[in-house]
Design a binder for this molecule. Structure first.
Ligand SMILES: [Zn+2]
Length: 291
């Protein structure tokens, strides 16, 4: 059957409209779907919470673009040096401008294993971290537990308190050295807490020791401990967790009472929130439980 050019053009434009409709629909359904990373986070928090006290305050979890995006933004002159942090916290699950989307894509492909915690209870995990850990969700659980430990122990507040009290009279350089020493102690404490939490929750032995080695290799971080570094170097950190696991080997930890709670995820906020539910409400017959 012959068709005229006019017909062909008409059919082509109909086809383009149809394809556009399908891709719009596909994007819409994708954008409405809960991201895979959020489901992974839920499972990990559930697992850890089954045998640990996660406190009474809500914990929020945000998947972000990561530091690589901030680094690239600075390279491209999108922000002033040292004023690019917000590029590390971009939402990777929504479209921005094409330039920003490319930064987010590159950060996902090239970024490192990272995690942060705010004093107020938000844990930030770049999407590249999920990609690098891949199916090793137990390694990701170590990072999540480590960040929860920082929050539960009020590490940021404690540093501020020491800065304004115990170290108040120190000169600026000595103050910084004292604060960095404290920060490194807190890192080792959070490492131990993470190992303990996962051990109570039934994860395999020495998983967080293996994770530390994996993370340092993946991030090409063979650093030594420096007086002004926030984190201990590779050898010190791995040795410390190995010695802690030796203690756990001799005296295994028993599971603690679980932390019941509810999850809520709001796509527009890019936040998964875990709200612990008081035991009292549970006793009163609320369905509750971790979803
Ligand atoms: Zn830390």
């Amino acid at each position: 059957m012959k068709i005229s050019i006019k017909d062909a053009k008409a059919r082509l434009s109909l086809l383009v409209i149809a394809v556009a409709s399908i891709s719009t629909a596909t994007y819409y359904s994708l954008s409405q779907r809960v991201p895979e990373e959020i489901e992974i986070l839920k499972n990990i928090i559930n697992q850890i919470g089954q045998a640990n006290n996660l406190g009474e305050s809500p914990l929020a979890f945000m998947v972000s673009s990561g530091s690589q995006a901030a680094y690239l933004a600075e390279q491209q002159g999108l922000c002033k040096p040292n004023e690019c942090d917000s590029f590390a916290y971009l939402n990777p699950f929504k479209l921005h401008s094409s330039q920003w989307d490319e930064l987010i894509r590159q950060s996902y492909a090239l970024g490192e294993i990272q995690g942060w915690a705010t004093a107020s209870g938000t844990v930030v995990i770049p999407r590249s971290t999920f990609r690098i850990y891949g199916p090793r969700h137990d390694f990701l659980a170590c990072t999540i537990a480590h960040e929860i430990a920082h929050i539960k122990r009020n590490h940021a507040f404690n540093r501020s308190y020491q800065e304004n009290h115990r170290y108040k009279s120190l000169a600026k350089k000595q103050m910084n050295i004292a604060l960095m020493r404290l920060a490194r102690q807190q890192e080792l404490e959070a490492d131990r807490d993470a190992a303990a939490m996962l051990s109570r929750a039934g994860f395999r032995n020495r998983v967080c020791q293996d994770e530390l080695v994996y993370m340092h290799k993946a991030n090409a971080d063979g650093s030594t401990t420096q007086p002004e570094s926030t984190h201990p170097g590779f050898d010190e950190r791995v040795k410390a967790i190995r010695l802690y696991y030796n203690i756990l080997d001799k005296k295994p930890l028993k599971p603690l009472e679980s932390t019941p709670g509810r999850f809520s995820y709001k796509r527009s906020d890019n936040l998964l929130i875990f709200t612990p539910q008081s035991k009292q409400i549970k006793v009163q017959g609320s369905k509750g439980g971790r979803a």
